[in-house]
Design a protein around this ligand. Sequence first.
Ligand SMILES: Nc1nc2c(ncn2[C@@H]2O[C@H](COP(=O)(O)OP(=O)(O)O)[C@@H](O)[C@H]2O)c(=O)[nH]1
Ligand SMILES: [Mg+2]
Length: 325
Amino acid sequence: MDVGRWFKKRTYSHLDYANLRQLVEKKNDQGVVISVCLPTLNSGKTLGLILRVLKEILVDEYPLIDELAIVDSHSTDNTVDIAEKLGVSVFYDDRYLKHLPKASGKGEALWKSLYFLKGDIICWIDSDIKNIHPRFAYGPIGVLLNEKKVGYVKGFYSRPIKQGGVIRESGGGRVTEIMARPFLNLFYPELAGVIQPLSGEYAGRREVLESVPFFTGYGVETGLLIDILNKFGLDAIAQVNLEKRIHANQTTKALGRMSFGIMQAAFQRLEEDGKIVLKTDLNRTMQIIKRKEDEYYMMRKTIREIERPPMNTIKDYHEKWKAKT
Ligand SMILES: Nc1nc2c(ncn2[C@@H]2O[C@H](COP(=O)(O)OP(=O)(O)O)[C@@H](O)[C@H]2O)c(=O)[nH]1
Ligand SMILES: [Mg+2]
């Protein structure tokens, strides 16, 4: 499908799904179980309000969410406390599938969550959102409940940024604009209409998510888009307008480290897709340039994106799901 046609056909708005009673009826008619899971790493500042809002509106008042959970990588702040006090399920990614080689990162947490979550539809939401609203969950879920052919839905929004103490309405999403979007246009022009390819709010059907690989770090979103495109086609991907998202903007240096991971995923995927030939191994250690007064120095940081195989190729996963059905 041509990207222009896709853009018109598969771009939705959260406003279309704001009738929550109707949405819950749809879910019940279809007999699907819905999990919402937030990856957390020292998210104590924002997590409480996010969980309270989702729980009050989408668990208690309109029971759209059947399972509300966090997947934590051993936060050292009060993240886990907050979730437990609200009766939200807490999972630690490193407690599952322990016989596999170790890995860590956001993508690893999401991948493992496929193993322990029970939903037929899974929606992931970043845990550092400062302007939380139930639309972050019911937007992507709404598309899946209404569009049978769609298997994966990305949230998009404007991204304000705080610069010099002043909030600008747009300008956030620096890695998106400077790296991810040019990359997708270069190699995967079909995905050029995805407004926020790196957004952390998205939902998918289990049968889609379990059948594609996951990169273990910040490369996870890029990998998922490309792999779902390759396996299911553009028409199975949709995007939903969630208006605006505010989160803690990272430093440019931190974004550089994030890009180092995303680029690993990108190059690895390009090679596996037969689009390029890499003649050397990728170096996984980044030299971070630091400055103290007039002195510059380097610090090494290893950032390794590992590619996890599709969850449905993992034996334990099969056994767990066979037992369920
Ligand atoms: N469980 C888990 N969550 C993570 C990890 N790294 C990041 N996250 C979460 O993933 C979300 C997105 O990460 P963030 O650093 O804000 O990335 P950005 O929004 O793309 O700048 C946040 O909610 C983080 O708490 C990790 O190693 N494990
Ligand atoms: Mg963030």
